[in-house]
Design a protein around this ligand. Structure first.
Ligand code: SAM
Length: 237
């Protein structure tokens, strides 16, 4: 236990590090359950899910929309690690029957917190989201313009170049960064351990100062990672 100011500071730092570690371990355990689930071939990467959780935390996101809920690897992990935030609103689109059946089985008690629409055109236009995750196709992608909040964030999982181009065109004042991982897929993932975990593309539609600073830092990390492929930059890189 701390005895003076310096001890207090060290103790707080230690608690913070331990909390972060246990949060990462918790997240990884949850992710592993999706790796074992039926239909796991399209789940998101562990890196992308960690990055999404980081955005929720850093920018205090209260409303999330996910295009393409699939079997729920992103929504399941995000809702489970944020059970202490009952106000978190998680909405998603999905039309595939197999996925719609898998979601309650995979999300269990968190399933009740999920609001599902079959596509973007069904979502009431007065709903605004602080974070919109694109991990599936939608005929009506432009609807995102009316659904994102003023300083909202778009996160694109996977390559999705045509969707990325359309979204960048929709928001002329945006800032874009492709966050990448230097870690390979884990042995428990359904993907080859030879391959990198991939990345997450982030678009700040109309960035605030805080978002600009984060963007700048991530741009720098991405540049370094591209320059030194194969170099291990530590946990969370
Ligand atoms: C990349 S997946 C979305 C993955 C999702 N975000 C997740 O976390 O599990 C894109 C789309 O593929 C379809 N899909 C995903 N898994 C499927 C499966 N096992 N069988 C059939 N379709 C699937 C769904 O319609 C989904 O919206």
């Amino acid at each position: 236990m701390p005895r003076n100011d310096i001890d207090c500071h060290g103790y707080a730092l230690q608690c913070h590090t331990e909390n972060k570690m246990s949060r990462n371990e918790h997240q990884s355990k949850l992710y592993q359950s999706f790796c074992e689930a039926e239909g796991n071939q399209h789940i998101a990467s562990e890196y992308a899910i960690g990055k999404i959780n980081g955005l929720v935390e850093k920018f205090r996101v209260e409303r999330i929309l996910e295009v393409g809920l699939g079997i729920g690897s992103i929504s399941g992990v995000v809702l489970a690690v944020n059970r202490n935030k009952p106000y978190l609103d998680y909405t998603g689109t999905e039309a595939n029957d197999f996925c719609l059946k898998a979601l309650p089985e995979n999300l269990k008690e968190d399933y009740g917190r999920l609001v599902i629409y079959s596509d973007l055109s069904e979502i009431p236009s007065d709903k605004k989201f602080g974070l919109i995750i694109i991990d599936g196709k939608d005929q009506n992608l432009q609807a995102i313009k009316g659904l994102i909040s003023e300083n909202g964030i778009l996160a694109i999982e996977g390559d999705r170049m045509p969707q990325q181009d359309s979204l960048q065109e929709l928001f002329p004042q945006h800032k874009y960064v492709h966050c990448i991982s230097l870690k390979r897929n884990k042995e428990y993932s359904p993907f080859s351990t030879e391959n990198w975990q991939g990345g997450l593309k982030i678009i700040f539609v109309y960035p605030t100062l805080k978002q600009n600073l984060w963007w700048l830092k991530e741009k720098y990390f991405t540049k370094i990672k591209y320059q030194y492929p194969g170099r291990y930059l530590g946990k969370g890189s």
